[in-house]
Design a protein. Sequence first.
Length: 385
Amino acid sequence: MRTAVYLDHNATTPVHPGILAKAPEWLAFWGNPSSIHSFGRGPKAVLREARQSIASLTGVQPLELIFTAGGSEANNLAFKGLVTKRKHYVISAIEHPSVSKTAEWLRNQGCQVDILNVNRSGAIDLDELRARVTTETAMVSVMLANNETGHIYPLKEIVSVAHAQGALVHTDAVQALGKIEFNLKDLGVDLATFSGHKFYALKGCGILYARKGVTVNPAIHGGAQERGRRAGTENLLAIASLGFMCGKKGEIAAQSHRIGELRDHMESRILREISDTVVTGPEGHRLPNTSSLCLDGVDGETLLMNLDVRGFGVSTGAACSSGNPEPSPTLLAMGLSRQEAQQSLRLSLGWGNTLEEVDRFVDELVLVVDRLRSFDLGKKVGYGL
Ligand SMILES: Cc1ncc(COP(=O)(O)O)c(C=O)c1O
């Protein structure tokens, strides 16, 4: 029997086998890292080492990192914890719900929130940003890379516009970590978000980077962990696993290169062999692993379910909106029609994918799309097996 093929790495990633091998060693340090006695010393050292490794990959100081339970919590903390007298925020139209919904919450608290448009290529307009940022703007938040289309955003330029008005910049870098090389100090951002489970580490560890000098009040009150910015005993195993992954700088570069070639091969085969199919925003600067496609006349959910029963895990949009029949807000914001958005498929490759798997997937996709189109399954009709 052939093994299932996972092509949904932007939703989450499998745990790296090296972590499974190291876990017993970390688990031996079951003490509380805050304890003064000897049982706390081992865990404290594991925590320190992980923090150092993450800081060195992202180009920041270890104590500028605040461990949280995940990317969503870190995004919430960036908005709710930031200490500022200013009451205006600017976010892009394609942010993850953990940013857009938090900004909406701030709006309900009396703040003003402006949403930056994106065009059909997924790009933002820096002139629009210039027009929106004022000396009243507390923070601009634009993600480093989009989870659905893979588009990468020009943070350096965004920082230069925002800083000219004294506004801070936050970037949700959850999808960028481990997929592309970047250095937060070079980008110049003031706050940034990461999540371990998108980068082959265990679930339950996220990070908010807050540049030295940026004050963040806790959203979770209690003990003095994370220098008083996030209370609660640390999830040592998950943090250690993310630290372990951040030590793999060489492998990140090699895998990104290999995966980029696989993605390009997959896209060119799909475009050649399946008529009336387009890549969404192919001209934009994209993550090497992500492909967002629109297949005319094929309902995305029906396609997903047909591929699932054949052993292929794909997505039609963000995983956290599965079960939600509404088309992806990101694709709608880019100017796709509801129908185009509903005919979309997201493929996100990862470290374990091979050329054989990708070819097997495309072979199957050609057959399934052909079959669905022959049944005229442009409309939603369930499994259609
Ligand atoms: C861009 C982006 N930001 C934030 C998150 C939330 O991260 P977490 O699942 O760790 O809460 C996700 C997860 O889908 C994401 O893709």
